[in-house]
Write a protein that binds this ligand. Structure first.
Ligand SMILES: [Zn+2]
Length: 102
């Protein structure tokens, strides 16, 4: 069920009318957010990118990918430990702010 919705959203995203929106986005990779792969996460804000990474990790692990398990655990742990999670969050925000516009 989730898969069909994701595909529909992805197709929608590829449409030309979204091209303008896409240029205002920034890109971070799964790796930059503590993950193991080069998957690109787009967002207009650091929060969007972090949410995209959260989704990406869950999808990968749900699909049986073991390399993303530790990153997913770390991501979940951050929400439980606000202090250490906050410093990670601040660092991501700094990195995001330093990125050039896509
Ligand atoms: Zn990844």
């Amino acid at each position: 069920m989730g898969r069909t919705r994701r595909l529909a959203a992805y197709r929608c995203w590829l449409r030309p009318e979204h091209a303008g929106e896409r240029t205002r986005m920034k890109v971070m990779t799964c790796q930059q957010l503590g993950g193991p792969c080069e998957f690109e996460l787009r967002g207009a804000t650091a929060d969007e990118v972090i949410k995209a990474q959260d989704r990406h990790l869950q999808e990968m692990v749900a699909g049986g990918d073991e390399t993303h398990e530790s990153a997913l655990k770390a991501m979940k742990g951050r929400w439980k430990r606000p202090i250490s999670g906050m410093s990670w969050y601040r660092q991501v925000k700094r990195e995001f702010a330093a990125l050039p516009e896509d």
